[in-house]
Design a protein around this ligand. Structure first.
Ligand SMILES: Nc1ncnc2c1ncn2[C@@H]1O[C@H](COP(=O)(O)OP(=O)(O)OP(=O)(O)O)[C@@H](O)[C@H]1O
Ligand code: SF4
Ligand SMILES: [Mg+2]
Length: 394
């Protein structure tokens, strides 16, 4: 009997490969986002997480075609339902924005003009994409505001942005973003400015979008707690490069990269006694102009050793922990030749040594700062993923 063949998996909604963004500065191109790859499935929520300056917003803005800095260089590929976004003319990008892809920001005031009521602005957005009368558009606006949990939506529609609370403004902005039923919502720190209770309500609203609107969400945040509560898949960015990516449950249970582990260690525990002080990651990410050739996390890493620095940036490797049945060599972060997506598997740019494994000699702080080849990528030393990568956590 012929072996049963598995049904083909649906192509991802968004398939980003090797996205690089560089800005010119002092006569040379400075890489800000380097070789970022991920896929986002239909109705999935992917969390893009990292500290300030890691390139989260630049990644999103590049996908939306919203970077207009002179001389910016964007390379790689971002297929949205098979359509290439990188290099797409602005006219076509404008057509996609609002109708297929919408974006919301930390500060709703950037989305609303202060001199018009929020209802008028949402009406206009609807009418820009659909042939509706003003009355029909207003009815849709009120309905959307109600669906976003805005109390007394008809009256709220007649208010100016500054007359609403932060939480209501955020709901109104999500209503405007959803007014044309986009397949993809990019939410850039949508809850950072809100207090904890309102934050929880907005996250709940974002989670519900997949069932009510069928939308997928790319959620940008610096908060691992938000990711844990909201996202199916997580991508950890450090200094413009992917440190680790995988299903949220797996990545939280078995972080491969020391940076992911350090971020997780800094989340307050949900139960049990609260620690007197949460561990923080000492230091700060390097500014783009000072990004080292090797692992950019090295100056802050508890495991740094002498092969970490002169090597080129470590490549992503399967961590050895696979929540699904797929094996590392079967699984790939890339779309297969048949155009289908493999199940998501965890990948990291460094793999923590398995418990009990002797650690390689750690570099001291003074060795780190005096390492002469810190910025020379051509040294022929093995890459730092060599803590028996693929063996840890097995
Ligand atoms: N137009 C630009 N020209 C030059 N550099 C830029 C430009 N936009 C952003 N950058 C730089 O790119 C880096 C990443 O910025 P980005 O805004 O993507 O960070 P982020 O991860 O979103 O941080 P935050 O959490 O603070 O929002 C920063 O060092 C920033 O200064
Ligand atoms: S490559 Fe080295 S410095 Fe970078 S995270 Fe891994 S152990 Fe730390
Ligand atoms: Mg940002």
């Amino acid at each position: 009997m012929p072996a049963e063949t598995a049904p083909p998996m649906a192509a991802p909604l968004l398939d980003v490969r090797d996205l690089c963004v560089s800005f010119p500065s002092r006569g040379r191109m400075i890489p800000i986002v380097e070789h970022v790859s991920f896929t986002l499935g239909e109705r999935d929520i992917l969390g893009l997480v990292g500290e300030s300056g890691s390139g989260k917003s630049v990644t999103a803005m590049a996908l939306m075609g919203l970077i207009d800095s002179p001389g910016v260089q964007i390379t790689g590929s971002a297929l949205f339902r098979g359509q290439e976004l990188v290099g797409l003319p602005q006219k076509q990008l404008r057509r996609l924005r609002g109708r297929e892809i919408a974006m919301i920001f930390q500060d709703p005031m950037t989305a609303f003009t202060p001199v018009y009521t929020i209802g008028w602005q949402i009406d206009e957005q609807i009418r820009a994409h659909e042939r509706l009368s003003r009355k029909q558009a207003r009815a849709r606006t009120v309905e959307l505001l109600a669906e976003m949990g805005v109390p007394d939506p008809a009256r709220t529609a007649d208010r100016y942005p500054h007359q609403l609370s932060g939480g209501l403004r955020q709901r109104a902005m999500i209503a405007m973003a959803l007014s044309c039923n986009p397949s993809l919502l990019i939410a850039d720190e949508p809850t950072t400015a809100l207090d904890v209770t309102v934050q929880a309500q907005i996250l709940e609203l974002i989670r519900s979008l997949r069932s009510t609107y069928g939308s997928s969400v790319l959620l940008i945040t610096h908060d691992m707690g938000v990711v844990a509560e909201t996202c199916d898949t997580t991508l950890v960015l450090y200094s413009g490069r992917v440190a680790e990516t995988g299903p949220t449950d797996a990545l939280f249970a078995h972080p491969g990269h020391p940076y992911t582990a350090a971020l997780l260690a800094s989340i307050p525990p949900l139960d049990g006694p609260r620690p007197h002080r949460l561990p923080a990651i000492a230091g700060a990410p390097p500014p783009p102009l000072e990004r080292p050739a090797g692992c950019a996390f090295a100056p802050r890493c508890a495991y740094v050793h002498d092969t970490c620095l002169p090597a080129p940036p470590p490549p992503l490797v399967p961590t050895g922990y696979h929540p699904l049945t797929a094996q590392p060599d079967e699984a790939s972060a890339h779309t297969s030749a048949a155009g289908t997506s493999p199940p998501p598997v965890q990948f990291a740019a460094c793999v923590l040594p398995a418990e009990g494994t002797p650690l390689p000699a750690r570099l001291t702080h003074s060795e780190l700062s005096t390492k002469p080849n810190f910025d020379t990528p051509d040294q022929a030393l093995p890459p730092p993923t060599s803590f028996s990568s693929g063996e840890a956590h097995q």
